[in-house]
Design a protein around this ligand. Structure first.
Ligand SMILES: Cc1cc2nc3c(=O)[nH]c(=O)nc-3n(C[C@H](O)[C@H](O)[C@H](O)COP(=O)(O)OP(=O)(O)OC[C@H]3O[C@@H](n4cnc5c(N)ncnc54)[C@H](O)[C@@H]3O)c2cc1C
Length: 321
């Protein structure tokens, strides 16, 4: 059932979700919002800060993401910069960044900063990301650049390399389903970068990506071995028990203590496991998305797990009765 879901339903959900009409209908339904709430704590900076407080109280770190992607005009890209500025200023003024064992982090998508704009998209995204990094540096907050679909990888990694010349604490995400990622890990591990390794959440062709789930996990473990052996800071972004179980031995083999890497999971997913890892003395960071543009993020979460889709469809059906 799970294999069938990943081979058939997952690509279909991700493809169908691109239709604007469906998006508008889904966004309007109150029941969608109830289910979204499991993965997205709210729409405002205030909602995000409330979650930060609760997660910190339970000994977890956070990475806050202002939701948005695939921006098609300069004004919306500028609005994204403003939203991050507001967030970073709020974090600074509430002293959220002070006294943490590890800095707070914000995550951002370059497509939300204008990367795909037809004229000078890359340059605009670089300038916008640079402005956010400057603000983050003043607030004592780390920035990590998310990974999007494979057509953006070269552009994203080249922007990240340029930004790292000014902000050597800047991190980025690599996706183990991409066949190129082992080589990217070798490159970034040698330069001492913070790398968040995840499996990858987009629908990618076999020409560039492993499509079998076991192959993706094997690739993850191979890539993580490279990051653990390097001089950077690995961020193990996965909920997969097979991966989580492999981490302590891999860290020991590379003389890394719990301070030399961290686990990362998404808000609302395997909360008990997040707490267990934190209680055992590990650094655990929770990715907390907020904002009104939750549709793309939400669909990727539905497409990851049959149970999520079933839950959503059941809620929809109950609403009709
Ligand atoms: C901190 C963080 C940042 C990320 N950033 C990116 C990014 O920038 N780009 C990108 O492409 N992807 C990103 N992802 C998503 C990632 O690529 C995977 O799609 C996602 O994490 C599921 O893969 P998994 O390793 O958890 O393993 P899976 O094999 O998918 O899941 C393992 C187990 O985790 C639980 N689980 C996983 N997903 C869900 C879910 N949606 N709902 C409920 N339970 C679930 C289930 O128990 C499942 O059996 C990120 C993930 C994390 C944790």
């Amino acid at each position: 059932m799970t294999e069938l879901f990943h081979r058939v339903a997952r690509p279909a959900i991700l493809a169908v979700s691109r239709f604007d009409g469906l998006r508008r209908t889904a966004e309007r339904l109150p029941v969608t919002r109830q289910v979204v709430h499991r993965f997205v704590p709210g729409e405002t900076v205030g909602d995000a800060l409330n979650s930060v407080e609760q997660l910190r109280y339970s000994g977890r770190l956070v990475s806050i993401d202002y939701l948005g992607e695939d921006v098609t005009d300069v004004d919306t890209a500028n609005a994204t910069v403003d939203a991050y500025t507001e967030l970073l200023d709020a974090l600074a003024s509430r002293g959220e960044a002070a006294g943490q064992v590890r800095p707070l982090e914000v995550s951002l998508k370059l497509s939300a900063l204008g990367q795909a704009l037809p004229r000078d998209g890359e340059k605009i995204a670089l300038e916008n990301a640079h402005a956010i990094c400057e603000r983050a540096q003043r607030a004592g907050v780390w920035v990590t650049v998310d990974a999007e679909d494979h057509t953006t990888t070269d552009s994203t990694l080249s922007i990240v390399r340029e930004l790292r010349a000014d902000f050597d604490w800047l991190g980025t995400v690599l996706q183990s389903y991409l066949k190129r990622t082992h080589a990217d890990c070798e490159d970034f591990a040698a330069s001492g970068a913070r790398i968040r390794l995840c499996k990858g959440a987009y629908e990618e062709p076999a020409s560039v990506a492993y499509r079998d789930r076991d192959d993706v996990t094997d690739s993850y473990l191979r890539c993580l071995r490279v990051l653990m052996a390097g001089t950077g800071y690995p961020m193990v972004a996965s909920h997969d028990p097979e991966i989580i179980t492999a981490v302590p031995a891999m860290a020991r083999e590379n003389s890394r203590t719990v301070d030399d890497f961290e686990y990362q999971m998404l808000y609302g997913i395997r909360d008990g496991e997040q707490r267990r890892l934190a209680d055992d003395g590990n650094h655990v960071r929770v990715y907390v998305p907020f904002g009104t543009q939750w549709y793309g993020y939400f669909v990727r979460r539905l497409a990851e797990r049959p149970a999520n889709l079933t839950f959503f469809l059941r809620a929809l059906a109950e609403r009709r009765h």
